[in-house]
Write a protein that binds this ligand. Structure first.
Ligand SMILES: NC(=O)c1ccc[n+]([C@@H]2O[C@H](COP(=O)([O-])OP(=O)(O)OC[C@H]3O[C@@H](n4cnc5c(N)ncnc54)[C@H](O)[C@@H]3O)[C@@H](O)[C@H]2O)c1
Length: 254
């Protein structure tokens, strides 16, 4: 489905980003991956992709990422804004530096990268952007103010970009995952006081009463980027096992 199409993915060294890269590789896309983790190079080698070491908090790195992609493959067709950082903490306690870094990585970088990639997509006659938001962009979690705000911003940025880029035949959508069994989530569960109970609690947040798999998010991203979603733009697709279908915590008995 993506043969000859150039797909850029941020934060592809592990977790959901790596699963997205694997899913696009199965579709024979020409991949350009970036990350600040050196493991990204191994992922890229395995998938025949180009790896660009880029810290998306830095404007110059963002520019270099898109430039190198264009230089390598001659254009850009798809951008997946996946990389993000967590920033747990109460709204009253979050430090200004941490707030700014979270907004820079989770919101400003997707905006700037989208603008840079869109310029290249225009030259190819159009393209697609998929943002990896979160259920925390739709509703807030206690003690997670900076992350909630960044993902809420990303949700409405997705709609804004969809409107502004539609005349250029560029579609922009987002996925909003629930709790997904990535390395970072499994580490957080393991580090909690009672890992078994924590895992059960997290599973019970979802109507399907389990954690999602990175591949399940990746399939939704590939769909939104594909021609099968040709009349879908400005949409926020929950990939959350029914978590946000409920006004209560979905899987819990009432
Ligand atoms: N795992 C979940 O349960 C979950 C739920 C909802 C949304 N999400 C979202 O999915 C995306 C991926 O989550 P994950 O769990 O795989 O996270 P993760 O922390 O495992 O992976 C994120 C990747 O992004 C990279 N990254 C972070 N900052 C970067 C920067 N400044 N420049 C370049 N790369 C950077 C990291 O090195 C890492 O490889 C994120 O946007 C996250 O907010 C995850």
């Amino acid at each position: 489905m993506f043969q000859g199409r150039v797909v850029l993915i941020t934060g592809a060294a592990r977790g959901i980003g790596r699963a997205i890269a694997e899913a696009f590789a199965e579709e024979r896309a020409l991949l350009v991956l970036c990350d600040v983790r050196p493991e990204g190079l191994e992922v890229a080698k395995r998938l025949g992709a180009l790896f660009v070491y880029a810290d998306i908090a830095q404007a110059l790195h963002r520019e270099r990422f898109v430039e190198q992609a264009t230089k390598q493959w001659g254009g850009v067709h798809v951008l997946v804004n996946n990389a993000a950082i967590a920033a747990p903490g109460s709204a009253l306690k979050v430090g200004l530096a941490e707030w700014q870094q979270t907004l820079e990585v989770n919101l400003t970088a997707p905006m700037h990268l989208s603008a840079l990639a869109a310029r290249e997509m225009v030259r190819s006659g159009g393209g697609a952007i998929v943002n990896v938001a979160s259920v925390q962009g739709l509703f807030a979690e206690q003690n997670n103010a900076a992350y909630n705000a960044s993902k809420g911003g990303l949700v409405n940025l997705t709609r804004s970009l969809a409107l502004d880029l539609a005349p250029m035949n560029i579609r922009v959508n987002a996925v909003a995952p629930g709790a997904i069994a990535t390395e970072s989530v499994l580490e957080a569960i393991q580090m909690s006081e009672d890992p078994e109970l924590t895992r059960q609690d997290w599973e019970d947040l979802h109507a399907l009463r389990r954690l999602g798999k990175p591949e399940e998010v990746a399939q939704a991203v590939v769909f939104l980027a594909s021609e099968r979603a040709s009349f879908i733009t400005g949409a926020i697709l929950p990939v959350d096992g029914g978590m946000t279908a409920s006004f209560m915590m979905a899987g819990r008995p009432v």
